[in-house]
Design a protein around this ligand. Structure first.
Ligand code: NDP
Ligand code: PYC
Length: 331
């Protein structure tokens, strides 16, 4: 695979210019470019520049409003809704997370419901934002049907990611962020692009047969991770991100989508909990004892540690050359 070295500034500028050239105002372009750059910085390759062509398709088809101004509605002191007005998720998050953190610090627990947004990114930026402010963060979003519920060969669930972050004052948070499919669709597509196979159990071809060919899975169906247990978590994500927000379930998102290849309209649920309020004094030290035990076990590494180590490297990133050329052609 041929690559081009881009500095983080160059990645930001490329993403930003592409968004502006395709109809985003400054706020929308900045929020999107920031998320893309942080994904590349951390090595979240399937959710950085890789997503830019899809973002552009959604702007060009008019599905996404690149000039949307999200609005914040306080339903109660600890229940906040942000209506994105049809924007990409990052701008709605930038507005909503600030209000969510304030509410959780005050009440001990708060919920943020994001509606009328288009989510195509990783979720750790949401949960780490909260953990960096001393809060536990939980976030999830649905997508479009790509995953067969346990027992079925028919897709109904999205790849439905869920992220959890635990604050560790003075240290990087513990943060996991995972699709509830055996593999995120972005990684399946990248494996297909790079001519690789995927592990058995990732998905089925269009005829319902097991395959390790990612191109066939992309046209077929993914399986949930961990059988019926992962399937139950995917189900929970549908209900939290759509049932609880009032936004679209994955199948509804697909029914309404214009199939331009960009992210569908949907919802996201973000929950913030304050250990300082709920557990009280000494919460951080208590949790650190547990984390020390966990991290002290041979073979264990903390979720998020790979990304946080990548983050320390401020140098250029090697980006797929064809992808860079494709994006440059979209400006
Ligand atoms: P991975 O399977 O790569 O990783 C899942 C989590 O497990 C990460 O937090 C990772 O931490 C952690 N992890 C990996 N290996 C280990 C290990 N050996 N020990 C401990 N922890 C480990 O993620 P996915 O492929 O499932 O998802 C990739 C991204 O796709 C996510 O960011 C997700 O939000 C995004 N996504 C977005 C969707 C959307 O609709 N917007 C839909 C589906 C996925 P680390 O990062 O440090 O490796
Ligand atoms: O990788 O499955 C995925 C995905 C869907 C939407 C954004 N990412």
């Amino acid at each position: 695979m041929s690559t081009l070295d881009l500095t983080l500034d160059e990645i930001y500028t490329l993403a930003n210019a592409t968004m502006v050239a395709n109809g985003c105002d400054e706020d929308n372009a900045n929020a999107l470019a920031d998320i893309v750059t942080r994904a590349e910085r951390d090595g979240s390759h399937s959710h950085g520049l890789f997503r830019v062509p899809g973002y552009v398709k959604a702007l060009r088809s008019g599905k996404v409003n690149g000039k949307a101004k999200p609005t914040v509605i306080r339903k109660t002191p600890s229940v906040i809704q942000v209506d994105g007005g049809g924007c990409f998720a990052p701008l709605a998050q930038a507005v909503g997370l600030l209000a969510l953190a304030e509410a959780a610090n005050e009440s001990g627990a708060a919920a943020l419901s994001l509606v009328n947004i288009h989510h195509f990114a990783a979720l750790w930026p949401e949960t780490e934002y909260l953990a960096d402010r001393g809060l536990v963060g939980i976030a999830c979003t649905a997508y479009m049907p790509s995953v067969a519920p346990a027992g079925s060969k028919e897709k109904l669930f999205g790849t439905n990611p869920i992220s959890f972050a635990w604050p560790r004052p003075g240290k990087s948070p513990i943060c996991y962020d995972m699709a509830t499919a055996a593999m995120a669709m972005g990684d399946v597509q990248i494996a297909a692009r790079d001519g690789k196979t995927v592990p058995p159990g990732t998905g089925l071809d269009a005829d319902g047969n097991e395959t390790t060919d990612p191109a066939k899975i992309a046209k077929g169906v993914l399986l949930p991770f961990g059988g019926y247990k992962g399937s139950a978590i995917a189900l929970m994500v549908e209900l939290l991100a759509a049932g609880l927000t009032g936004e679209r379930f994955s199948y509804e998102a697909a029914e309404h989508d214009n199939k331009d290849g960009g992210p569908p309209r949907g919802g996201e649920m973000v929950i913030a909990l304050s250990p300082a309020v709920i557990a009280g004094e000494g919460w951080a030290e208590h949790a650190e004892e547990f984390v020390d035990r966990l991290a002290g076990l041979e073979g264990v590494r903390l979720p998020g540690a790979r990304r946080h180590a990548n983050r320390l490297d401020t140098g250029p990133r090697a980006i797929n050359a064809t992808l860079v050329e494709t994006i440059r052609g979209l400006c």
